[in-house]
Design a binder for this molecule. Structure first.
Ligand SMILES: NC(=O)c1ccc[n+]([C@@H]2O[C@H](COP(=O)([O-])OP(=O)(O)OC[C@H]3O[C@@H](n4cnc5c(N)ncnc54)[C@H](OP(=O)(O)O)[C@@H]3O)[C@@H](O)[C@H]2O)c1
Length: 419
């Protein structure tokens, strides 16, 4: 392996990045050094790729709810400290291991990783990379794995949604909700009722393909749905909120309806009244998309292939809500925590949450010109951003003040609901 590494040709972008950082080819990464503390940006010494592995120059990385949970120690999987979060990314292949045959240097890819994607480089198994079509930008591509993978498995693999059926989706303007709308409407030819917590979100959901919408901060979801579709109900409900919203979605189902539970953003898990299942021959289903990677990889992989194929066919259009630089990582985390916390309309009706769609981290804030892609860490950091730069070798990482504790309760509840 050592011989292989010495002999191989270093990609230009990689050399360029390392050139400004003194000895070694260090790259920057978000680091969780201490649970429940804000992340820091560190410099990491790269390791050699194993025969089946691929080193990717990460351009964009999704910031997902699960990333926050893992940094708080509230996720199912608990990596050793310090670790780099991040489950999905897009970028170009820098280097391939000796046994890799699926991708080559320079290929544009999306990937799924075990909490190491929030870095300029990411090493992953070749089987968790998918090449992307030319017309798909790396920015949009990075939104596909978690949100579209989940939407596709929920609608197709679990609910078996058919053309012409009516799909009710809650948290419809969130990252996953918008993907559900896109796939249901534009791929499956279903009719979507978007349910969300503000008029702005309902408007966005309608712009993104929903045919009808309900602002559930204004009253009963079930009654609103009934007014829209009559007493017959909807065929499929995709719920990400939980609690009373889940129960109202369940009660909105038609004969032989299917409800798929994706999450509990509202913080409460409802018990299923089994009599409702019996009376209308209803199916209550769950989906944990990431788990398919371990339990049934072909299904997991197919969800990514399908997303890419749908994009290639011009049938889906990912929606990027906000893009942050690595230096703004804590801002992006705070944003996600904020939109999942007390300011939710249900808790505070006068304050509508504003952020919709996918939240991304960009590693491409510098020029597209490779020569100008070299940068100095010290030039890019600002005091306001309050990010600390550290050397990972020392593992001496100084934590910033804690995330607002009011959100801890919400996230704890959320985590409990995920196991
Ligand atoms: N099972 C899986 O495999 C899987 C995969 C992806 C995501 N998920 C889960 O699905 C949920 C949504 O994910 P996402 O990526 O779409 O997240 P997101 O973009 O952050 O959206 C979350 C949405 O949840 C809604 N919500 C309802 N009650 C809330 C509350 N009390 N606090 C905060 N938000 C509340 C909000 O929409 P409104 O204001 O419109 O209510 C918010 O926009 C999360 O629970 C996530 O973990 C599960």
């Amino acid at each position: 392996m050592a011989t292989h590494i010495c002999r191989r040709r270093f990609p230009r972008a990689w050399l360029c990045r390392g050139a400004m950082r003194g000895p070694g080819r260090h790259y920057r990464a978000a680091l969780c050094a201490e649970l429940k503390k804000p992340l820091v940006v560190g410099q990491v010494a790269p390791r050699p790729v194993l025969p089946h592995e691929v080193r990717v120059d990460v351009h964009f990385c999704g910031v997902n709810f699960g990333d926050i949970l893992v940094c708080r120690g509230q996720y199912q999987e608990k990596p050793h400290l310090p670790f780099t979060p991040g489950m999905e990314f897009s970028g170009t292949v820098l280097e391939t291991g000796t046994d890799v045959g699926t991708v080559k240097e320079g290929d544009r890819v999306i990937g799924v990783s075990h909490f190491n994607a929030m870095a300029e480089e990411c090493i992953t198994d070749q089987k968790t990379l998918w090449q992307i079509p030319e017309k798909l930008s790396l920015r949009e591509a990075a939104t596909l794995p978690v949100t579209y993978g989940t939407a596709i498995l929920a609608l197709e693999h679990r609910a078996h949604t058919k053309p012409g059926e009516t799909v009710l989706v809650t948290a419809a303007a969130g990252a996953t909700g918008l993907a559900v709308i896109d796939v249901a409407t534009n791929v499956l030819q279903a009719k979507v009722i978007a349910a969300a917590g503000s008029d702005e979100k309902c408007k966005l959901a309608m712009q993104r393909g929903a045919q009808l919408s309900v602002n559930y901060s204004r009253g009963s979801l079930k009654e609103a749905v009934q007014q829209l579709v009559g007493s017959g109900g909807v065929n499929v409900a995709i719920d990400m909120v939980g609690g009373d919203i889940f129960l109202e979605a369940l009660r909105s189902l038609a004969w032989e309806g299917r409800i798929v539970v994706l999450g509990f953003a509202g913080g409460n898990i409802a018990s299923v009244p089994a009599n409702l299942l019996l009376l209308k021959n209803i199916s209550a289903l769950g989906l944990y998309w990431g788990r398919y990677q371990l339990q049934n990889f072909p299904v997991f992989s197919k969800s990514l292939h399908s997303a890419l194929q749908y994009y290639h066919q011009g049938r889906i259009q990912p929606y990027v809500g906000k893009v942050f630089k690595l230096e703004e990582l804590t801002v992006s985390y705070d944003l996600l925590v904020e939109i999942s916390g007390e300011q939710h309309p249900a808790a505070c009706p006068s304050e509508a949450t504003t952020t919709s769609g996918s939240v991304m981290l960009s590693f491409m804030f510098y020029s597209a010109n490779p020569q100008e892609r070299c940068y100095s860490l010290s030039n890019k950091s600002s005091p306001q951003q309050q990010i600390q730069h550290v050397q990972i070798q020392t593992h001496h990482l100084s934590p910033k003040p804690d995330f607002p504790s009011v959100f801890l309760k919400v996230l704890s509840t959320f985590f409990l609901t995920q196991v």
